[in-house]
Design a protein around this ligand. Structure first.
Ligand code: ZN
Length: 306
C-alpha cells in the first residue's frame, strides 16, 4: 500500500545557501499523487514543482528542482531523504520561499516530526522500481552505480584531504529503519577552506557551525564535535537516498557511490531511465514491502541529538 502523512507538519528555518527564511509544510496527498512542491509565494503562473529526476536543474552543492514555468525550490535532498526513509509516497510540500530550511543540517527534524504525526495507509498498491541490469555513470571526480539486489542497499566511499574526514566507506542494508537509526541525524559538512569561496559565489549564506559540520585539517570546528566518527559518509548516503527518491518510486537495488554527489546521482537516474532494459516497475508484494526503507520504523529508534 501507498502511504501519506496523517496531517500537515510545519517547519520554520533558513535556507543553507540563500540564507532566506522559509516555512515548509508537508501536507497529506491522495494516492498516486507522488511528491510535489508548491511555492506559496508565487501568486501568478505555475507554482507546482514535481519532485522528479527530470526536473533537476544543475546547481552547485545542492539539489534544485525547476518546473516548466521557471519556479524552483533548492536543497530538497534532506526532506526527500526523510520521506524516503519513513516510507511516505504521497505528499504536497508547500514552501513560501526558494529554498528548503536547513534546520540542523541533517534529516532528523523532518523524521521526528513525520513519525510523531504518523502515516496513513492508502487504498492503492505501491509500485517499486526493481533494478534488473547494472547502470553506471562516471565523471572526472567519481562514479555511481545501480545494480540488482534482493534488498535495498547503499555503499558509499569518500576521500578528503582533511584528516578530520579522510577516507570513509560504509555499506548498509536499508531495510527495517536503517535510515532512521544510522543515517538520519548525520549533518551536512564542508571544509573551512571552502567557506569563503562559497560565500563569494553567494552560497552557504545561511550556514553556521550549528547547521553544518565545518572541518579544518584534523580539527572539527563545530561545537560538540561529530555525531558519528564517520558522520560525513553517512550524510553522503542520506543525500543519495534523497536524490534517488526523485526516481518517483522506491528503488529495489544496490546503489554505490564513489566520491559521488548530487550531480552524479542525478546523472545515474538519467542513465537508468534511458535504459529501459535496466529496470521494471513491479507491484510491491508483502515480502518485498517488508524490506523497503520506511517499513518497521519506530519513533523510539530516532537518534537523540544535542
Ligand atoms: Zn546534504
Amino acid at each position: 500500500m501507498q502511504h501519506t502523512v496523517r496531517g500537515p507538519i510545519v517547519f520554520d528555518g533558513v535556507g543553507l545557501h540563500s540564507g532566506k527564511p522559509a516555512r515548509l509544510t508537508i501536507r497529506p496527498a491522495a494516492a498516486e499523487h507522488g511528491i510535489w512542491f508548491k511555492r506559496t509565494d508565487i501568486r501568478f503562473g505555475d507554482a507546482l514543482i514535481p519532485a522528479l529526476w527530470d526536473a533537476v536543474e544543475r546547481s552547485p552543492l545542492c539539489t534544485r528542482l525547476v518546473n516548466a514555468a521557471g519556479a524552483s525550490v533548492s536543497t530538497v535532498e534532506h526532506v526527500m531523504a526523510a520521506l524516503a526513509g519513513c516510507g511516505v509516497h504521497n505528499a504536497l510540500i508547500e514552501i513560501d520561499g526558494p529554498e528548503v530550511p536547513i534546520l540542523d543540517g541533517s534529516a532528523v527534524p523532518f523524521v521526528t516530526a513525520i513519525l510523531d504525526k504518523g502515516l496513513r495507509g492508502q487504498a492503492a498498491p505501491l509500485r517499486i522500481l526493481e533494478i534488473i541490469e547494472t547502470v553506471q555513470v562516471h565523471t572526472a571526480s567519481g562514479w555511481a552505480r545501480l545494480s540488482p539486489a534482493d534488498t535495498p542497499r547503499m555503499t558509499f566511499r569518500i576521500e578528503f584531504a582533511d584528516d578530520a574526514i579522510g577516507t570513509q566507506e560504509k555499506s548498509l542494508e536499508m531495510s527495517n529503519g536503517t535510515f532512521v537509526r544510522e543515517l538520519s541525524d548525520s549533518r551536512t559538512f564542508c571544509r573551512n577552506s571552502d567557506v569563503e569561496a562559497m560565500r563569494e559565489q553567494g552560497l552557504a549564506l545561511g550556514g553556521t557551525l550549528e547547521n553544518a559540520v565545518v572541518v579544518d585539517g584534523d580539527k572539527v570546528l563545530s561545537p560538540g564535535g561529530l555525531r558519528h566518527a564517520d558522520e560525513a559518509v553517512r550524510h553522503k548516503m542520506l543525500d543519495a537516498l534523497g536524490d534517488l527518491m526523485l526516481a518517483g518510486a522506491p528503488i529495489l537495488g544496490h546503489y554505490e557511490g564513489h566520491k559521488a554527489g548530487h550531480a552524479i546521482t542525478n546523472m545515474l537516474l538519467h542513465a537508468l531511465f534511458s535504459t529501459p532494459s535496466a529496470f521494471r516497475m513491479i507491484e510491491c508484494t508483502g515480502d518485498i514491502r517488508a524490506k523497503m526503507p520506511g517499513v518497521g520504523v519506530l519513533p523510539e529508534e530516532i537518534p537523540e541529538v544535542a
